[in-house]
Design a protein around this ligand. Structure first.
Ligand SMILES: Cc1cc2nc3c(=O)[nH]c(=O)nc-3n(C[C@H](O)[C@H](O)[C@H](O)COP(=O)(O)OP(=O)(O)OC[C@H]3O[C@@H](n4cnc5c(N)ncnc54)[C@H](O)[C@@H]3O)c2cc1C
Length: 553
């Protein structure tokens, strides 16, 4: 028998976080092997030519960047350009779509006038501004901690309190976010605030488990300000840069390499073109979701060490445990995804029913459709009862307005634009293998109906067609996303998000515990979205896993 090749670290999964970890560990002189199941790295942070024969490179899944720290960009020497958008959001009034709220970051007077136009009370604009000012008292303090060992809850609270944010801590961390959003008067404005708490999270504003607060915090904490920027060249450009940094640092990146089993003693089994291969390492970094890791470890443990041997206590207990740790340790890791994603390519931007706002301004930020607080709540209950919400709450982004480089010059000159839609409150329990095709087309119809309710023309009329004459639209259910990039239940964060601090009584004895990447297996750490603080396109999961490994030596 030949000895399997050995490494300092094997990274299971080549999403952007795996690439960040590979780059940091490679730079530190470690021998690193990264294994990616697909034929390209990047995971859900990729660009794709989604429509046959049409040269438009869409950010297929994730599209905006807020949480990627400048520290990671600098440490790894990444050439990434992020564009700040002038408009924060546009929200047509569902009761009268000929008017809507346009939040213009560069023109407070115009924004205030827009609040008046939708019939908001005189102090609503001020309350809206104050709401975000208050949030910053908390986020500006917590943001720098995201790439440091975790503070405890008490330490984090003290830091925020010392910075004058005691009441903000109470409002955002201790009680349902609905309580503070209710300070605003208008259903529409409340909805604009609430959506940040519900992206990829099937929850309500008043839920006692506060999962919506955690989601809200992650949407506001990036850079301390919560700005969401457009990556020039699309998400693929971000992952390409990370792959370049990882390769330059000496990491070996293998694609078409699917890991089937992880033995917690340090062996990884994977297959390349149907051939089984083994490699071993001091450290295993899991860029896959925690629940996927649980299955891979169960497979690895069963293969290597039969139940009898485990029962007999061989080898030493604690190292070769066979328990499915993810679910048992943290049921939050099993939370389902709750969205539908639709990508479109249009001949031009659609005309709006609201003639007071230009399509360039409306689509220049986040375009909220049917997302008042009441509509979001109704949608939650409809979905919880097994139905597709009607109307379906949606958010829309236009990448090509901020960054036309993703379109071939002839498309740009002809005025073409990409739209990407994120439909909320479609929990994965509504979709399964038997109804996936039917649900995909029903969800696509629901998204188009919701969108058309605020347009002056059906969006179908301005869809481009691909080389085969098919309309340029693609829809991804939670199951499609699970199958494509391996996110269980289509959960865009690999499971429920966690607070960016440890509870006061949580163990902190190992670097992995202090960095929020521990798994219960001493040689395996999480290095993806499922790590504490790892959610979204941030590289933080990869960074923190690499720091834990380096600190352990
Ligand atoms: C529709 C959608 C929209 C989103 N929008 C945004 C957004 O705008 N901004 C944002 O910040 N975040 C967004 N997100 C979330 C963000 O994309 C993810 O949190 C992030 O990409 C996770 O990165 P990761 O590297 O941790 O994992 P992933 O990107 O999930 O990568 C994990 C990798 O592991 C591979 N893998 C799985 N199993 C195996 C195996 N057995 N062997 C080998 N490899 C394996 C997968 O193929 C994948 O490449 C969105 C996600 C989705 C799905």
């Amino acid at each position: 028998m030949t000895t399997p090749p050995s490494y300092d670290a094997i990274i299971v999964g080549g999403g952007h976080n795996g690439l960040v970890a590979a780059a940091y560990l490679g730079k530190a002189g470690k021998k690193v092997l990264l294994l990616e199941r697909l034929d390209a790295v990047g995971g859900a942070a990729v660009s794709a030519q989604a429509f046959e024969g049409v040269e438009a490179w869409l950010s297929r899944y994730s599209y905006l960047v807020s949480l990627l720290p400048a520290r990671i960009i600098e440490d790894l020497g990444l050439d990434i350009t992020l564009v700040r958008r002038r408009y924060s959001s546009y929200t047509p009034d569902p009761a009268d779509p000929t008017r809507g709220l346009l939040v213009d970051n560069e023109d407070p007077a115009a924004t205030e006038a827009s609040f008046t136009r939708i019939g908001a009370p005189a102090d609503e604009f001020q309350l809206f501004e104050q709401f975000y000012e208050h949030c910053r008292r908390l986020t500006e303090v917590l943001w720098p901690t995201m790439t440091e060992p975790l503070p405890t809850r008490s330490e984090a609270k003290r830091m925020v309190t010392d910075a004058g944010g005691a009441s903000e801590w109470e409002a955002m961390i201790e009680s349902p976010i609905g309580d503070v959003i209710r300070h605003l008067h208008t259903d529409l404005v409340r909805g604009v605030l609430l959506t940040d708490a519900l992206i990829g999270t099937f929850a309500r504003a008043d839920d006692e488990d506060l999962q919506q607060n955690i989601c809200f915090l992650y949407h506001l904490v990036g850079g301390g300000t919560g700005d969401w920027d457009v990556p020039v060249g699309g998400m693929g450009a971000v992952s390409s840069e990370l792959a370049r940094a990882a390769r330059n640092a000496g990491a070996e990146l293998k694609t078409n390499a699917e890991v089937g089993a992880i033995d917690p003693a340090g062996t990884v089994r994977y297959s390349v073109d149907g051939i089984d291969v083994e490699a071993s390492a001091t450290w295993i970094l899991a860029n896959v979701a925690p629940s996927t890791l649980g299955k891979l470890v169960a497979a690895g443990t069963t293969v290597s060490y039969g139940r009898e041997q485990l029962a007999a206590g061989e080898p030493s207990a604690g190292v070769f445990e066979a328990r499915p740790f993810a679910a048992e340790q943290n049921p939050n890791h099993l939370r389902e995804g709750a969205q539908v994603k639709v990508n479109l390519l249009l001949k031009r931007l659609p005309r709006l029913r609201d003639e007071t706002v230009s399509p360039e301004a409306a689509f220049g930020g986040t375009f909220h459709i049917n997302e008042t607080w009441t509509q979001l709540d109704d949608a939650y209950f409809a979905a919880a009862g097994g139905d597709i919400p009607h109307p379906l709450p949606c958010e829309i982004y236009c990448h090509s307005l901020a960054d036309p480089t993703i379109l071939a010059p002839e498309l740009r000159e002809a005025g073409a634009h990409t739209l990407t839609v994120f439909g909320l409150h479609v929990p994965s329990r509504l979709v399964d293998a038997s109804n996936n095709d039917e649900m995909r087309s029903r969800l696509q119809a629901a998204v188009l109906e919701s969108l058309n309710s605020v347009l002056a023309e059906p969006v179908e009329d301005i869809l481009m067609t691909d080389a085969a004459g098919q309309p340029c639209i693609e829809t991804k259910t939670t199951l499609d996303i699970e199958r494509a990039v391996g996110m269980p239940g289509g959960n865009i964060f690999h499971g429920g998000l966690d607070w960016p601090f440890l509870e006061d009584d949580a163990p902190t004895g190992t670097p992995a515990e202090r960095w929020g990447v521990a798994t219960g297996h001493p040689r395996i750490v999480l290095c993806g979205s499922g790590a504490r603080r790892g959610g979204a396109v941030s590289g933080i999961g990869g960074h923190n896993a690499a720091m834990a490994v380096l600190e352990s030596e």
